[in-house]
Write a protein that binds this ligand. Structure first.
Ligand code: T1G
Length: 693
């Protein structure tokens, strides 16, 4: 394989081009190529200036993340960047696509930067649990100042060219890249080569200002370490010279690269991309979907419609009445309006998007649709009535999908001819925001129909995960075990506030009881009633959740659930009434409340999730542990910097998780069975990641 870095000449201008698909990551070969190019061009008397550009869809999108699990290969990127900056001829970086991480740092090593208007620039290293490791924390402060550097490094969020120009990170926005670049390079050739001042960066921030900023970054990091370490390294740029700052940056980068958090976040990065390629869909061409109909325009239906419309599809929403259809249109218009408010689309784009919406009150309206998604109330009979109607009104080859979040699709689609066109598309609320979709295959679903589900999700900028059929599929089944264990801990003596506090300290956005109160306790109540017939006789059943609901406390919407809420407030405070129900039920069951440590609570709630996940893997409901991690991170708020429950199990040691699960099962054998897979892996501490291959 040839070198990914080539040099060609246009008169006195040298064009150094990187061609390393898919995103021109600066792997070792690229670094070596750049290292050599500086020497070659400095020594070439013909050359007066250099353009650094890339082939393909983007300028360098970062260092090669795959290299981070191994030792650092020379030449190191910070040295390559310094070598370009020290070059005798002026280098101009020609930016387009997504100029991220080591890509932006390499560009900052160049003496000038020009960019296409659509370019996105950023330092997303914190989202990989790292800090910029090739000068980003030291050069950006010297070019753009404290506030800009802190924002870029600690948030990792990309910026547009206008903002980058305001920050001084790019010298010119150009439209005709090749021609404008040559023109720009010729201009630079005549000028002295600009060099970055290596002295401390300048700011008028006081140490109080810095402390305040640091507290804000720490609060937003919610337990993640890289944003705070990034902040501290940026601050050093204002206290030391460049050389010293680079040393501190390198130390921070190397420390974080070895950290469990960064390993988890790198796992999350690649897992999110791996789930899009389940083995079952290797080489399968998706059925084309150019038009969509959605049955039910309630919260879920209108959210799904919004995501589909925003992806460019024409959508028909079918409701039972004109009034309900108008309500659906209002909900969708509201979702789009808030997207305009958040700067995600312009008013013109909103109007064009809404123009693709049709609402109707009869099933005739689905006759032309390539795909129909049912998004009605979570009830088997209600869903069966919809599919019975679709069996008549939808095209015979139309894909029919259900948004059920728990129920086996085959239990209500029996009347539909050609069952190979049926699948589940389980969106998460709010469906226009949440990025996860569980694509549920039935025993009959055709591969090209599943592939169409994945293609639709990608088109909606969502992450699809393949799931087989079981009660609650992947995510809600694991949530069931989590909720059940939380209920037992509550009945045995822990308080809702302690359990929720422990899970928030673990990194969850909220604990189980706050989550139940927010979602509404009715859902759980109906599920428990639905499961009663099939619940194992000797499985422990805590009546506390039922007693709270039967006491009229349905959660936030009724001002009381596990907690009390003042009118319309979402702030949870202890509820004496609910606490009394809990205390009475313990007494009635003869349970002497015991105390639990936060770590015990976290370990037990984690272990039962991993145990359920292992059973899901054994049953083939999920293909790999990474699929489960992506479901929990993208659908249930599992902290990305822990990489998901399976990555967390590997970090804790599967033997440790097994020991915890064994303890739980021995204490309550009727309620818990240790999954054979967890027992096998835990026996010698084999990580779940061995099953991701
Ligand atoms: N390294 C290795 N592989 C990468 C990669 C990278 N930096 N970026 C993308 N890929 C692979 C990805 O796995 C997928 O592979 C394919 O490219 C297409 O990606 C020293 C420490 C650029 C916005 O964090 O955000 O620089 O699945 O599906 O949706 O300071 O990829 O096809 O086999 O995501 O169009 C900093 C990470 C690194 C950017 C394109 N950079 N990449 O999105 O395609 S750390 C990043 C992205 C660093 C220095 C440090 C996105 C993208 P496959 P894709 P996309």
């Amino acid at each position: 394989m040839g070198t990914p870095v080539t040099i060609r000449h246009d008169g006195e201008i040298a064009i150094v081009e990187i061609d390393n698909p898919p995103v021109n990551a600066v792997g070792q070969a690229v670094r070596q190529g750049l290292w050599d190019a500086v020497a070659t061009l400095d020594a070439d008397p013909q050359i007066e200036a250099v353009l650094l550009t890339c082939a393909g869809r983007t300028f360098i999108a970062g260092a090669d993340i795959r290299e981070f699990d191994g030792g650092a290969l020379e030449p190191w990127l910070p040295e390559v960047v310094e070598r370009i900056h020290a070059a005798r001829k002026p280098w101009t970086a020609v930016l387009f696509g997504t100029v991220l991480g080591g890509g932006l740092e390499t560009a900052l090593g160049c003496h000038y930067r020009i960019a296409h208007p659509d370019t996105k620039l950023g330092l997303p290293e914190v989202s990989l649990g790292l800090v910029p490791g090739a000068g980003g924390t030291q050069r950006v402060p010297r070019i753009s100042g404290a506030a800009a550097a802190v924002k870029l490094v600690t948030t990792g969020a990309p910026i547009c060219t206008e903002e980058a120009e305001r920050m001084g990170l790019i010298d010119r926005i150009v439209t005709d890249l090749p021609a404008d670049a040559l023109h720009f390079a010729r201009d630079t050739a005549a000028k002295p080569v600009p060099r970055l001042d290596p002295g401390p960066a300048q700011t008028d921030l006081t140490s109080e200002d810095w402390e305040e900023l640091r507290e804000d970054v720490t609060r937003k990091a919610r337990g993640q370490i890289s944003p705070v370490r990034g902040f501290d390294t940026v601050r050093k740029a204002f206290e030391t010279d460049l050389a010293e700052g680079m040393k501190l940056e390198r130390q921070a980068f190397m420390d974080l690269k070895a950290s469990a958090q960064s390993q988890a976040l790198r796992h999350a990065f690649f897992a999110e991309r791996a789930v899009a390629k389940p083995a079952a869909l290797d080489g399968v061409t998706p059925r084309e979907v150019a038009s969509l109909a959605i049955i039910g325009g309630g919260l879920m239906g209108s959210g799904i419609a919004t995501a589909a419309l925003t992806s460019g599809l024409p959508v028909t929403v079918v409701e039972q009445s004109e009034e309900a259809a108008a309500g659906a249109r209002d909900r969708i218009a509201g979702n789009l309006a808030s997207a305009v408010k958040r700067g995600k689309m312009t008013e013109d784009q909103r109007d064009a998007t809404l123009a693709r919406l049709t609402t109707a009150t009869g099933y005739e309206a689905v006759a032309e649709a390539d795909m129909v998604i049912e998004a009605v109330f979570e009830d088997t009979d209600v869903k069966r009535a919809v599919f019975d109607a679709l069996a008549t009104h939808a095209r015979g080859d139309a894909i029919l999908a259900t948004n059920t979040s728990y129920i086996d699709p085959t239990s209500f689609t029996g009347a539909v001819p050609n069952p190979d066109r049926i699948m589940g598309l389980h969106f998460f609320s709010p469906a226009h925001i949440m990025r996860l979709v569980e694509v549920v295959r039935t025993p009959d679903t055709a591969a090209e129909v599943l592939a169409a589900g994945f293609a639709l999700a990608k088109r909606m900028r969502k992450v699809a995960v393949l799931s087989g059929i079981c009660d609650g599929f992947i995510g809600n089944r694991i949530l069931g075990a989590y909720g059940r264990m939380a209920g037992y801990l509550l009945e045995d003596g822990a308080s809702p506030a302690q359990i929720d506090g422990a899970m928030k300290a673990f990194g969850m956005p909220m604990g189980p009881f706050e989550m139940f109160d927010m979602a509404g306790l009715q859902i759980g109540y109906s599920n428990r009633k639905r499961e009663a017939a099939t619940r194992p006789a000797d499985q422990r059943y805590s009546r506390i959740p039922d007693l709270i609901v039967e006491d009229g406390a349905l959660g936030q919407k009724t001002g009381r659930g596990y907690y009390a809420y003042d009118d319309g407030s979402r702030v949870a405070r202890p509820s004496p009434e609910t606490d009394a129900i809990i205390a009475c039920e313990r007494e009635a069951r003869g349970i002497a409340p015991r105390s639990f440590s936060d770590e015990e609570i976290v370990a037990m709630l984690h272990a039962v999730q991993v145990n359920e996940a292992a059973a899901i893997l054994e049953e083939g409901i999920a293909e790999r542990p990474l699929d489960i991690d992506v479901v929990k991170m993208m659908g249930y708020g599992y902290p990305r910097w822990r990489g998901g429950p399976m990555q967390e199990a590997d970090a804790r040691g599967t033997d440790t998780v097994l020991a915890t699960m064994r303890g739980i099962a021995e204490a309550d054998p009727g309620s818990w069975t240790v999954s054979p897979l967890l027992a096998r892996l835990g026996a010698d501490g084999t990580p779940f990641s061995t099953l991701d291959k």
